[in-house]
Design a protein around this ligand. Structure first.
Ligand SMILES: [Zn+2]
Length: 508
């Protein structure tokens, strides 16, 4: 969804009306009002079956403006100001934001001080005047953002050797800043990052301003494309920003630890041809820039943060990884810019659409550039598929994550198990229809959110066949259906550790 920025005029009129109505209600039904006002603040959610407390009902965020002030010490909290522009979708006496793990100093709603308290992982804000449905409102929270986490709750800041990076997927953006922390509510982002001289800050999108004053520099970044909170990225470190040009003049920038820039260059220069390869498959790159953030940290994953994918530096400087494998991982995160970022999952149960597609293009790139046949990889996945379904649930109905596990839904079945569904689909509807579907999907849902049902509908439309039964079997059943065109493919007995190794290997 796209929203226009708010104008303050209608707000004033709406508020006046609401006050009159409240006065009338008080006169006629005092007890009802008192009961409503005294209900205790409670954590709310948008009803995601995997993360019931993520997101909040009653409003839609149009824009976040985030300011972080970094001291130079990544074990100390950052000072932060988060301003949220939102439109209400219901009458609200209180506004719940997701925020845990930071001190809140003050909250303003439309310039007036507001009350606030904590309930679960929600920051519950009580404005001076209740908000009416359909109003624009501006909420400003002054708070800290603490990059040090308890053992049992990691993320979203990643502490690197020289500063910080961010990894909010799936449910930890609200450990960094107050937000409506669910991918169904995408919004525009502006970042202002202030850091001591000698450090460089980069965030999603393109820079709009650099302000150097008295020993610190403030960088401002902005993107015109809506983004899910889980895809926010802020990098602060002793970094060099390397610029190059992609297809049709697309500006690219990589953020690398300055002391590793020479070693990383042979990898970074591959990005333009990888983007050109993806564009041939699915159409225009969906954003205004792209690049790799090479974090000097051991994260155990790579992450498709929008316009600036997060990678562990060691993936590229550790000689044990074969070249074709590293390149395929680069394409995996690149493919996510279309599948997962530009087109975001409407719920976390739609995650297979992100990871299945990213794994698909990762494997297709390996097939086309490194003679690693897709069919061999899919045959192996087919053999493990029933076991994966038992362990983590079928692709579009994953089992909930275990408590406190940040990446608990990112199981093997989300990767090769979901790419396998796409392989079965291509076998079934044929290569030309499959390729048209892929391009139409990212075109139709660009900058939006989409559901599994949307994918099923579009696949049916493009192939000219009702594919509901096909997808029901492949996405929701406990047992893997027969593979079209490969009646000889069978489930294989468990081997030691294959599922785990595959999940780790394919990143997030
Ligand atoms: Zn992925």
């Amino acid at each position: 969804m796209l929203h226009t920025p708010h104008s303050p005029t209608p707000r004033t009129r709406a508020r006046a009306r609401r006050r009159l109505r409240a006065a009338a209600l008080l006169a006629s039904a005092v007890s009802v009002c008192l009961v409503a006002a005294s209900a205790p603040p409670a954590p709310l959610g948008v009803g995601d079956r995997l993360f019931p407390h993520l997101g909040n009902p009653g409003y839609d965020v149009a824009a976040y403006d985030l300011s972080f002030t970094y001291s130079g010490d990544n074990s100390k909290p950052l000072k932060a100001v988060t301003t949220i522009e939102a439109r209400t979708t219901a009458d609200l006496d209180r506004v719940n934001l997701d925020f845990a793990h930071g001190r809140v100093d003050s909250v303003d709603v439309d310039g007036e001080p507001a009350g606030f308290t904590t309930a679960g992982e929600d920051l519950v804000v009580t404005p001076e005047d209740a908000l009416d449905e359909g109003e624009w409102t501006r909420i400003t929270v002054r708070h800290t953002s603490d990059p040090v986490y308890p053992e049992d709750r990691q993320g979203g800041w990643v502490r690197t050797a020289d500063g910080l990076a961010m990894a909010n997927q799936a449910d930890v953006a609200h450990l960094v800043f107050p937000c409506n922390d669910h991918p169904s509510d995408k919004a525009r982002f502006t970042f202002h990052v202030t850091a001591p001289d000698g450090l460089t800050a980069v965030a999603n999108g393109l820079p709009t301003d650099v302000d150097r004053t008295g020993g610190t520099t403030t960088w401002t970044y902005r993107s015109p494309h809506p983004m899910a909170t889980e895809l926010a990225q802020v990098s602060i470190g002793r970094s060099t920003v390397l610029h190059r040009t992609g297809p049709h003049g697309l500006p690219l920038r990589d953020v690398v630890p300055t002391k590793h820039r020479t070693a990383l260059e042979p990898w970074l220069k591959k990005t333009p041809e990888q983007i050109a390869w993806m564009e041939k498959k699915v159409g225009r790159y969906p954003f205004e820039t792209y690049g790799l953030l090479m974090a000097d940290a051991t994260t155990g994953f790579e992450l498709e943060t929008q316009t600036l994918s997060l990678f562990e530096r060691e993936l590229f400087t550790e000689p044990a990884y074969p070249q074709w494998y590293v390149e395929a991982i680069m394409v995996h995160e690149l493919a996510h810019q279309w599948f997962g970022d530009s087109v975001s999952p409407a719920t976390w149960s739609d995650l297979w659409l992100n990871e299945g597609h990213a794994t698909w293009y990762e494997a297709l790139y390996a097939e086309e550039t490194a003679e690693k046949p897709m069919a061999a990889r899919m045959k192996a996945a087919y053999g493990a598929s029933d076991r994966w379904r038992t362990a983590g649930g079928p692709p579009a109905a994953p089992k909930p994550p275990k408590n406190g596990s940040k990446t608990g839904i990112f199981r093997a079945n989300m990767y090769d198990g979901s790419a396998l569904v796409l392989y079965a689909l291509r076998q079934d509807i044929g290569r030309p229809a499959f390729e048209r579907l892929e391009a139409a999907w990212v075109d139709r849902h660009r900058d939006g959110t989409a559901t599994t049902a949307d994918f099923v509908r579009l696949a049916s439309e493009i192939s000219g066949r009702d594919l509901r039964d096909f997808f029901q079997a492949w996405l929701y059943e406990e047992k893997t259906p027969p593979m079209p065109g490969h009646p000889d493919w069978k489930q294989t007995p468990a081997e030691k550790g294959t599922a785990k190794a595959s999940a780790k290997a394919h990143g997030e």
